[in-house]
Ligand binder design. Structure first.
Ligand SMILES: *Cc1c(COP(=O)(O)O)cnc(C)c1O
Length: 437
């Protein structure tokens, strides 16, 4: 469910016309829905209500201060992967004591910052990292709360580039070795063993792999609770979203239709997992990123040119792979719709097989290939749907293109939550050596 829909032929985000935002703020422009963010948070919160739980939004999916504040206000904690993300959470008014810190390469500087700010726990991904955390905690005369990330060696059955829970991946410590690691961690006097963590991958569209991983790891969590008094078990993020029928998925009726019964929902996720988790008596953490933010954001772009060349119809837009990298990185699908719908837009005779591409000189700079889309021309706008997670956060300045602007909508209110980057800022921290002058 989300809050982007057509009303009288115009695309709206909640009660705000998307075309009015494009006109006012120019393009490329990210637009986020406050209602969708909070609804998705609450859906998960409700689904997990049978157990003591906390939700830690994965900041790497969308780190805009307005988005983080929306979720902090809803009661969310945060899953961070760098000191920068921790500082963003704090700048947004989030609570560091509700942060867990993942990542295979935590630097000394980042560990020190996290200790000083008093995060809830580090998810340590190796023994050398535990040793490093212990040393830094000793120097700061603190105890560092830790969990170990277990790699359960379970295939998440998702895209290879976002699978994280098998022994082919760099993440966590092998299932068979984890208990010995906890044993040795008890000798590190500046660690406080607090939990166990796992995360098997992203964009999972079935509950099976989650269930398999929880079945495998829950007995380990139980033994660690008995031996080491852990208080929490984080089962990670990874709940997938609907990309292919993104627009229809804004409609509750669509979700209830019998054809959609295999889609993963928080209710189904919980139905399989709660009975396995409840007997542990531990606090359960989840770390959703995409599920909360993915369908809560869109990217608006303007058509610059339409050109037919060879056998192709290219729609050249002003957004590019530097604004939204997912298609170039993962061949991922984003539904594309014009902001205005004409009558009969769905009829073949009004559509044309198109490639929507950006202006960057790379063949991977495309948003779709050979897709039937309504005819559009210069000056029309298109919306790339489901762009709220792993969208802006992966933006770069490639081709000396400024970062796009971001807008947050709540009801009839819309406000810029990130100004378009001024062009001069792009080289403001560069300089020319004296000996070249
Ligand atoms: C990326 C990540 C998440 C979030 O994954 P989603 O698929 O966006 O839910 C959660 N936990 C960890 C450790 C991650 O690296």
């Amino acid at each position: 469910m989300h809050d982007f829909s057509f009303k009288r032929g115009k695309l709206y985000c909640e009660n705000v016309s998307v075309a009015s935002l494009a006109e006012k703020h120019n393009t490329p422009l990210y637009v986020y829905s406050h209602a969708t963010l909070t609804r998705n948070f609450r859906l998960l919160d409700t689904a997990l209500s049978p157990v003591d739980h906390t939700i830690h939004f994965a900041v790497k999916a969308n780190s805009n201060l307005g988005v983080l504040r929306t979720l902090a206000n809803a009661g969310s904690g945060f899953d961070i992967v760098s000191g920068g993300e921790l500082q963003r959470v704090i700048a947004a008014g989030g609570d560091p004591s509700k942060c867990i810190f993942a990542g295979v390469g935590k630097t000394e500087e980042d560990i020190e910052l996290a200790l000083k700010k008093g995060i809830y726990a580090f998810s340590a991904e190796s023994e050398p990292e535990l040793i490093r955390i212990n040393q830094i905690a000793r120097r700061l005369k603190k105890k560092a709360p830790i969990a170990v990330r277990v790699n359960p060696n379970i295939d998440a059955k998702t895209h290879a580039k976002i699978t994280t829970g098998t022994y082919e991946n760099k993440f966590g410590i092998a299932f068979e070795e984890v208990e010995d690691v906890y044993e040795r961690a008890t000798k590190l006097k500046h660690l406080q063993i607090r939990g166990l963590q796992m995360h098997i991958g992203s964009q999972l569209t079935e509950v099976g792999p989650f269930e398999k991983a929880v079945r495998k790891v829950a007995p380990l969590a139980k033994r660690l609770a008995e031996k080491h008094g852990i208080e929490f078990f984080s089962i990670g993020g990874g709940v997938g979203i609907v990309y292919e029928s993104a627009l229809e998925s804004g409609d509750a009726k669509w979700w209830r239709s019998p054809k959609r019964k295999n889609l993963l929902t928080p209710a189904k996720y919980a139905a399989k997992l709660m009975s396995l988790l409840k007997p542990l008596g531990l606090r359960i953490l989840i770390e959703p990123g995409r599920f909360i933010a993915g369908n809560a954001g869109i990217l608006i772009t303007r058509v610059e040119y339409v050109k037919q060349t060879g056998v192709k119809n290219f729609v050249i837009v002003d957004a590019a792979m530097n604004d939204l990298a997912r298609p170039a990185l993962y061949d991922s699908y984003h539904e594309i719709v014009p902001l205005t719908r004409q009558a009969g837009h769905h009829l073949k005779k009004n559509q044309v097989c198109s490639d929507v591409v950006g202006p960057i000189c790379e063949s991977s700079d495309y948003f779709c290939k050979n897709r039937m889309l309504p005819k559009v021309g210069e000056g029309n706008h298109l919306a790339l749907l489901s762009a709220g997670a792993y969208g802006f956060v992966m933006a770069s300045n490639y081709n000396v293109r400024p970062f796009p602007a971001e807008v947050l909508v709540k009801g009839s209110q819309a406000e810029i939550v990130r100004k378009r980057q001024p062009r001069k800022q792009l080289w403001a921290s560069e300089s020319i050596p004296k000996w070249l002058k």
